[in-house]
Design a protein around this ligand. Structure first.
Ligand SMILES: [Zn+2]
Ligand SMILES: [Zn+2]
Length: 297
């Protein structure tokens, strides 16, 4: 039997091509997609670098423990130089806000940068650090998150490979019903709907950090656990038939789902960002997003 959770291949080229394709089709999301295309380049380099490092034994949880990876155990001294470099490159591609904040962080020096990275990896709130820098925590989070995401993805791939070699240890459990990633503990960014060989119309959640997907019951709010059908509403539009907003009326939260049965060429993380009008619509409706995406929407 195949493991319950798995990551789609880290195909950076496919992401870039999809973003370029949607850029031509979706002018309303153009600034976000242009930024994403540049960011993917930086992340691809980090992914390649992380793939060549030997961090897995340091971050792997004990046998049978989940999530499998403890990113807070990553060697900060080794990451620090790369993070500084990432900030400098992000300043070159970002919006005024990103550039200003990246320059601010660069000027603070490596100790402050390391604090930001350490807090993010340990899932601690960034409020105090953001206040000291005079910015919004969500804006500040962009940097450690965009930096850590390809690292987490590389580690998840290494962990999956190691688990395959060992034939058991480290494999995600067959049944995983939590609302966080079994591999890295990250929150779900979005849902994916697809047909599998044995199970039709399967709903999976995709991790915002390492991109692992794990099956999650349809008709269940990942945030508050609501499962009454009348409290869960799905919204679709004609313009974007393969996207939908999954609203929970109990906690007022929503996440977007990408229906790969309707568009098999979609790359969920890119299509989610490109469908910003659904987020604007949800915001007007008074809903909050369970997990803002990489570009802060
Ligand atoms: Zn994950
Ligand atoms: Zn809910």
């Amino acid at each position: 039997m195949s493991p319950a959770a798995s990551a789609p291949p880290a195909d950076w080229n496919a992401r870039r091509l999809r973003a370029q394709k949607l850029l031509a089709r979706r002018p309303q999301a153009a600034p976000l997609l242009e930024f994403l295309i540049e960011l993917l380049e930086l992340q691809r380099d980090l992914f390649a670098w992380a793939g060549g490092q030997d961090w897995l034994s340091a971050v792997a949880a004990a046998e049978g423990e989940f999530p499998r990876l403890r990113l807070a155990r990553l060697p900060l001294e080794e990451l620090s130089g790369r993070f500084s470099e990432f900030l400098e490159r992000a300043a070159e591609i970002g919006t005024d806000v990103v550039r200003g904040l990246a320059e601010n962080l660069t000027a603070q020096g490596t100790d402050s940068q390391r604090l930001v990275l350490a807090a993010y990896l340990a899932r601690e709130p960034l409020d105090t650090l953001a206040k000291a820098l005079g910015c919004d925590p969500l804006q500040l989070e962009f940097f450690p998150r965009a930096f850590a995401q390809p690292l987490a993805e590389a580690l998840a791939a290494q962990a999956a490979q190691a688990a395959q070699t060992a034939k058991a240890d480290g494999k995600p459990p067959e049944e995983w019903h939590e609302n966080f990633c079994p591999v890295c503990g990250g929150p779900p960014q979005l849902a994916v709907l697809l047909d599998e060989a044995l199970i039709k119309s399967r709903r999976l959640l995709e991790c915002a950090l390492c991109r692992t997907r794990w099956p999650f019951r349809r008709g269940l709010c990942p945030h508050c656990g609501e499962d009454k059908a009348e409290q869960l509403e799905i919204h679709t539009t004609e313009d974007l038939p393969h996207l939908r907003v999954e609203e929970c009326k109990t906690c007022r939260g929503y996440l977007k789902a990408v229906d790969l049965r309707k568009d098999g060429l979609a790359v969920p993380l890119v299509d989610e960002i490109a469908s910003i009008e659904l987020d604007l619509w949800a915001d007007e409706r008074g809903l909050w997003k369970l997990q803002p995406n990489l570009v802060g929407i």
